[in-house]
Design a binder for this molecule. Structure first.
Ligand SMILES: [Mg+2]
Length: 247
């Protein structure tokens, strides 16, 4: 039975692409980068290329971006500070994110976030996107010195919820997180692809329904005994792992 769902943040609960594509033109204008001969569309494209879907820290990205365009070196720190200050407040939720969290909460499922990044950026993003309400746990890599896909960050999150690991489902868009959890075999995992957002959330709704069905059962699955005709204990029926269930 799923007792908690731990979500990735960027491109899972937060529409990072939409947020970045709103932020970057404004940053370009604030710093008058056109006067330095920088093309706006190329600035956006280089940022996205260097960022590599969030795997490169912004503190490391901006010096490389400045170097790429031959900008004055001191701009790297200023652009990074601008990102830290302005970008988090512009975060918008992924379509259906709030409704999904609400649905899970109604079924009595704990909801958490496990995210790579800096706390002073990720936490304001959660607040700006209106996702604070309903979250039982927020774990940010920069706060604890662990990063996904390291197994320890998931174990820390599950431990803080005081739940057994096999009762938690992790939902994220990055396959690296999935591989980590799948290898462990103790964790259920669902890969969420932003381009299939409706299908992803429909799948989550299906998960929710299964949770609800289990909750309505007169005898919780975990407490049922499986006995053969002679009264001896029989092997428990095979249950399809959640990450292999209906996509
Ligand atoms: Mg992500």
């Amino acid at each position: 039975m799923i007792r908690a769902v731990l979500f990735d943040l960027d491109e899972t609960l937060i529409d990072k692409t939409a947020t970045v594509l709103t932020f970057l033109p404004l940053q370009y204008q604030r710093f008058r980068l056109g006067e330095h001969g920088v093309d706006e569309q190329r600035y956006i494209a280089e940022f996205l290329q260097l960022e590599k879907a969030g795997l490169v820290r912004k503190r490391d990205l901006y010096p490389r971006l400045v170097e790429t365009f031959g900008l004055p070196g001191e701009l790297a720190e200023a652009l990074f500070r601008d990102f830290e200050t302005v970008y988090p407040g512009m975060a918008v939720p992924m379509s259906g994110a709030k409704q999904t969290i609400s649905a899970l909460k109604q079924y009595g499922v704990l909801v958490g976030v496990v995210s790579n990044g800096e706390g002073n950026v990720q936490r304001p993003k959660i607040a700006a996107a209106g996702l604070n309400e309903g979250l039982d746990l927020v774990v940010i890599s920069g706060d604890i010195g662990l990063r996904k896909p390291e197994r320890e960050i998931f174990e820390l999150a599950v431990g803080r919820l005081h739940l057994p690991v096999d009762s938690c489902l992790f939902v994220g868009d990055n396959p690296r997180g999935r591989y980590c959890w799948s290898r462990e075999r103790r964790y259920a995992c669902r890969l969420f692809r932003p381009e299939k957002r409706l299908a992803g959330f429909a799948a989550l709704a299906a998960v929710s329904n299964r949770v609800a069905a289990a909750a309505d059962s007169p005898c919780p699955r975990s407490e049922r005994t499986h006995r053969g005709l002679d009264g001896d204990e029989a092997p428990a029926p095979k249950v399809t792992p959640m990450h292999l269930a209906a996509a």
